[in-house]
Design a protein around this ligand. Structure first.
Ligand SMILES: Nc1ncnc2[nH]cnc12
Ligand SMILES: [Zn+2]
Length: 334
C-alpha cells in the first residue's frame, strides 16, 4: 500500500491527463465526433504513432482558457487527493495555437488551474513548455522562444516531446540553447521509442539535467555509467512504457537495474488515462509489482523534488514537508 506516501511527479502532459469523461463532455459541448478516438470510455490507439494522433485530437477538444483551467484543476486536485505535493505539467504552446486560442490564453488557463488547485489543496506545480518534435524544428524553436520570453513565473523549464523518430537531436539543439540562455531548466524526451543513441545525443547536444524516460539507455552499459556519473535524473514512467510496448512487461522494465547502477530515477504518470494509470497507480506498481520498499520509493520522490525546476525557497519548503512526513512514516516502520 502506497496511498499514505507523499508523492511528486515531474513528467505529466496536460492534454494527456484529460480523463476520457472530461474529453467526452468537451466533445459534446463543441459538437465534435470522437468515435475514432474515444470508445467505451477509453481512448483508442494501438501504437506510438496512433497514440500521438489520438493525443492531438484530444488536445483539440480543449478550446478556451477556461477549458484548460478546468482540465488543470481537475488533474491537480486528483493528484493532491493521492497525497501528491508537487507536479510539473508539460504544456505545448502549439496546441494553444492550433485551436486558435493562442499560446498566451492557453498558458493563462493552465496557470489559473494551477492557482485554483493550490488554493484548494496546497499542491505546488510548475509549467514546462515543450516543443513537439513531429511539428518540426522551426516549431520547436518557436516554442523555446515563447518560453524564453514568457513572463509567467510558473514557467520554469523547457522540454521536447513528440515523435522521437523524427530527425536527430542535433536538428533541435538550437531550441535548447535558447531555453538555456533564458535560464530555464532543461529536459528532453529521449530513449523511449529510440535506443541508447538518442540519450547519448541528448547528453552531448542538449546537456539537460533530466531526461524524459531515458529507459532505453539500459541497452548501453557505458551510457548507464555516464548517466550515473553526471547525476542525470531519469523521469521514469513505467505504466506508459508498458502500454506503449517499449518493454513487454514490468519484469523486463529496467527501473530497478538503472537504480542499482546508481542512476537517479523518479516515478511519473506521463499521460495517465491514455495508459490506464495514475501517479497513485505508478507508486502501487513500483511497490507491488516491482518490489520497491517504501524507503526506496521515498528516495525516488525525494529525487523528483531535488530535480524539480523550482526556486530554492520552494524546494526547501517542499523538502521540509516531505521529510517531516517521510520521517514520521520511517519512525512508524522502525
Ligand atoms: N510518452 C510520450 N512520448 C513522447 N511524446 C509524448 N507526448 C505525450 N506523451 C508522450
Ligand atoms: Zn512524456
Amino acid at each position: 500500500m502506497t496511498a499514505h506516501l507523499l508523492k511528486a511527479e515531474i513528467h505529466c502532459h496536460i492534454e494527456g491527463a484529460a480523463p476520457p469523461a472530461l474529453a467526452a463532455a468537451q466533445a459534446k459541448k463543441y459538437g465534435v465526433d470522437t468515435s475514432h478516438i474515444l470508445r467505451n470510455g477509453a481512448y483508442v490507439w494501438s501504437d506510438f504513432a496512433e497514440f500521438l494522433i489520438c493525443y492531438d485530437a484530444v488536445a483539440a477538444l480543449f478550446k478556451t482558457a477556461d477549458d484548460y483551467a478546468l482540465l488543470t484543476e481537475t488533474y491537480l486536485t486528483e493528484l493532491a487527493d493521492a497525497n501528491a505535493i508537487y507536479s510539473e505539467i508539460i504544456v505545448s504552446p502549439d496546441h494553444g495555437d492550433r485551436i486558435g486560442l493562442g499560446a498566451d490564453a492557453y498558458l493563462a488557463g493552465i496557470s489559473d488551474g494551477i492557482h485554483a488547485a493550490r488554493e484548494k489543496t496546497g499542491i505546488e506545480a510548475r509549467i514546462i513548455v515543450t516543443g513537439e518534435r513531429h511539428f518540426g524544428p522551426d516549431r520547436v524553436i518557436a516554442a523555446a522562444e515563447y518560453a524564453a520570453r514568457a513572463k509567467n513565473p510558473l514557467v520554469t523549464g523547457f522540454n521536447m516531446a513528440g515523435e522521437e523518430r523524427m530527425g536527430r537531436v542535433a536538428d533541435y539543439a538550437r531550441a535548447f540553447d535558447i531555453a538555456r540562455d533564458a535560464g530555464l531548466g532543461l529536459t528532453i524526451h529521449a530513449g523511449e521509442v529510440c535506443g541508447a543513441f538518442s540519450v547519448s545525443d541528448a547528453l552531448d547536444l542538449v546537456k539537460p539535467s533530466r531526461i524524459g524516460h531515458g529507459v532505453r539507455a539500459i541497452e548501453d552499459p557505458v551510457l548507464v555509467a555516464r548517466l550515473a556519473d553526471l547525476g542525470i535524473v531519469l523521469e521514469i514512467c513505467p505504466g506508459s512504457n508498458i502500454a506503449l510496448n517499449v518493454f513487454p512487461d514490468f519484469d523486463s522494465h529496467p527501473l530497478r537495474r538503472l537504480k542499482v547502477a546508481g542512476v537517479r530515477v523518479c516515478l511519473n504518470s506521463d499521460d495517465p488515462p491514455f495508459f490506464g494509470t495514475s501517479l497513485a497507480h505508478e507508486y502501487e506498481i513500483a511497490s507491488k509489482i516491482m518490489g520497491f520498499s517504501d524507503q526506496e520509493i521515498d528516495t525516488m520522490t525525494r529525487t523528483a523534488l531535488d530535480a524539480a525546476f523550482v526556486d530554492e525557497d520552494t524546494r526547501c519548503r517542499l523538502l521540509a514537508r516531505f521529510d517531516a512526513q517521510a520521517g514520521d512514516e520511517a519512525a512508524k516502520r522502525a
